[in-house]
Design a protein around this ligand. Structure first.
Ligand SMILES: Cc1cc2nc3c(=O)[nH]c(=O)nc-3n(C[C@H](O)[C@H](O)[C@H](O)COP(=O)(O)OP(=O)(O)OC[C@H]3O[C@@H](n4cnc5c(N)ncnc54)[C@H](O)[C@@H]3O)c2cc1C
Length: 415
């Protein structure tokens, strides 16, 4: 595949952009692969990429029922941070964040990583204590965060209202190298690199069953026929329980709709990401100028990619009290994604009771930031047949053994 470069842009400009190649191939499935991944979201594609790059396993198919990146990966609000409380969480999220720093160069694809800084507002005494504790934990984990006072909050984000009508801003947990990236580009960049390694990304192909023999996986049945493999990764976010049932085991996962909205574009007014967890809303500004706004999950299980109306009202109300300047802004569009939530708000990267079948799910409302680290750890797990060091705490066994990784503060509202 031709390298993207300044020279390529100049060359194509001179010939009316007629020479660009397709970014990835669209092949028909082969009969058998060394590894098959179900789900061409960011986590599935990153897993395939690191299987090839770190472990030399390139005879890989990534099977996607819709279009690649069309699940939660293309629907999220793109926040990247690693300020989690528990050591195992901080390790995998920080691994991901640090891979994001050079992902554009690594993939030769501009993922628009923008480490503009992320702040989580403390609006109650309880939150101050919680975030101070997280800042101390992060410093021990080697994750750069600090607790900042209201004056610094205002300096970093002048449009914020510190003395809000219900909850004043009392400080914030600040991660200066957190930020955002272009979500589609992350999926497209990994897809292009996978295709370049000879992997097959098979879109519009649904996995309808998982084939087993003597307790081992032997392949998948799809809408394009049977595909054989002895190494299967299920990486389908909100659809995880459905696929797990086909594989013959149950998951401690609930699927709920989470929604987001964007405003009309306005001039640059905010160059950090702000999360207001007490009033329940968060906001950043995209490069196009739209205010990107995240809301909450529905209070009931469902598989709709919409989200219910009252959340829009609640989210907008929360943001208007935090940023009164946006009160007359028009909203452009709203959408939802089906997120996969575990009881301890931590992910699952694990072997399963079906030999040769591995699962990566449970990223809930906050897995975009984890894509490179999760792919790295899942690839190692699939290549070695046992959990990698990064993934070992996130096995399915933890629910049976009571080894929960409680991230309800870091992941309960903020994404
Ligand atoms: C509104 C919203 C805001 C969010 N905001 C953030 C944020 O700011 N920061 C953050 O870190 N995270 C955020 N998230 C969470 C993040 O988007 C997800 O955790 C992450 O994208 C999950 O990626 P994935 O690859 O696991 O899943 P997905 O991107 O959903 O990919 C799974 C793929 O599997 C496919 N699939 C399912 N079943 C089958 C089948 N039977 N056969 C074949 N293919 C199948 C689906 O079509 C889908 O494309 C947000 C999510 C939403 C919905």
């Amino acid at each position: 595949m031709r390298k993207y470069s300044v020279a390529a842009i100049v060359r194509e400009a001179l010939r009316y952009n007629a020479g660009w190649e397709r970014a990835w191939r669209s092949p028909e499935p082969k009969k058998q692969y060394d590894a098959v991944i179900i789900g061409a979201g960011g986590h599935g594609l990153a897993t395939a990429y690191y299987l090839g790059k770190n472990h030399g396993i390139k005879n890989v198919a990534i099977i996607e029922k819709g279009w690649l990146g069309g699940g939660n990966t293309g629907r999220n609000t793109t926040i990247i941070r690693s300020n989690y409380l528990q050591d195992s969480s901080a390790a995998i999220y920080e691994k991901a964040r640090s891979l994001y720093e050079t992902l554009s160069q690594e993939l030769n694809y501009n993922v628009m990583f923008s480490p503009r800084g992320v702040m989580m507002l403390a609006q109650t005494e309880h939150e101050i204590r919680g975030y101070r504790r997280t800042a101390h934990a992060n410093n021990l984990q080697g994750v750069e965060t600090e607790f900042i006072d209201p004056k610094t909050v205002k300096k970093l984000c002048p449009i914020i209202e510190l003395s809000g009508p219900r909850f004043p801003v009392l400080g914030a947990l600040w991660q200066p190298r957190g930020g955002t990236a272009r979500h589609d580009a992350v999926a497209w960049g990994y897809a292009r690199a996978c295709s370049d390694m000879g992997m097959d990304i098979i879109q519009k192909c649904e996995v309808t069953d998982i084939l087993k023999s003597n307790g081992k996986v032997v392949g998948v049945e799809t809408t394009k026929g049977v595909i054989k493999t002895h190494n299967l990764g299920i990486i389908v976010a909100g659809n995880s329980s459905i696929l797990a049932e086909k594989a013959g085991f149950r998951l401690p996962i609930e699927s709920v709709s989470l929604q987001a909205l964007v405003s009309e574009p306005v001039k640059p007014c905010m160059d950090v990401v702000v999360m207001a967890n007490t009033v329940h809303g968060y906001m950043s500004q995209s490069d196009k100028g739209e205010m990107v706004i995240g809301g909450g999950t529905d209070g009931f299980n469902n598989y709709t990619q919409r989200g219910s109306f009252h959340h829009i009202e609640e989210t907008v109300r929360a943001l208007i009290e935090t940023f009164p300047i946006i009160s007359r802004l028009k909203m452009l569009r709203q959408w939802g994604g089906v997120v996969d939530v575990t009881g301890d708000r931590s992910p699952i990267i694990s072997k399963t009771p079906l030999e040769g079948c591995f699962i990566n799910c449970g990223w809930g409302t906050g897995g975009f930031k984890a894509i490179p680290g999760s792919g790295w750890a899942m690839a190692e797990t699939m290549a070695n047949g046992s959990p990698s060091q990064l993934a070992s705490a996130f096995s399915l066994d933890r629910f049976r053994e009571g080894r929960f990784i409680d991230e309800s503060v870091a992941a309960g509202v903020a994404h």
